[in-house]
Ligand binder design. Sequence first.
Ligand SMILES: [Zn+2]
Length: 167
Amino acid sequence: MSTLVRAEEILVYDADVDPSCEAIVVQCSDPRLQRAFREFTATELGLGAGDFMPLVVSGGASVLAHPQRLPKEFKFMRDRLEFYRAMMPSLRRVVLITHEGCRYSRALKKRVVGARDAPREETGHEDLKVVGAALASTLARLELTPELYYARFIGPGGARVSFERVV
Ligand SMILES: [Zn+2]
C-alpha cells in the first residue's frame, strides 16, 4: 500500500496569469447566496473571472456600517481595500453588497446596540447608505467608485435572489 500519488494523477487547473482587475466585490460568505453572487457578478456587473477580486467576509458590506462602534471591523476592510488598490492599479470600482436575512449582520447589531435594542426589522438596505457615507472619503482618496447593492430573497422558500441598486 502506497500513499504516493503519481504526477499524471494530479489534477491541474487554469490560473489567470497577470490579471487586470477592474473591481473589488465585497460580499457575505452565506452559502445560500454564493451561486447568485457569482451569476450576478458575471451577468449584471459584467465581471468575469480575473476581472474582479472577491472580498468574501461574514456580513459582507454590513460590517462597514458601524465605523464608530466597531472600528476594528471597519479598519479590517479599509486596510484590505487600500492593499488591493496598491497592488492592482487597474481597479476602478468597489461593489458593496449586503443581503436580506444576514445572520452575521444581525449578530453584529446585537453586539453594537445590545440584544434588547437590536432591530427586528431587516436593515441590510439601510446599512448600505451608512456604509457608502462611512467609506466615501477612503474611496475618493483611492480613486475608487462605489456601487451599492442589496440582495433580496424572492418567492416561496427564498429560492431566488434579486439585486437592487441602492443610491
Ligand atoms: Zn450574510
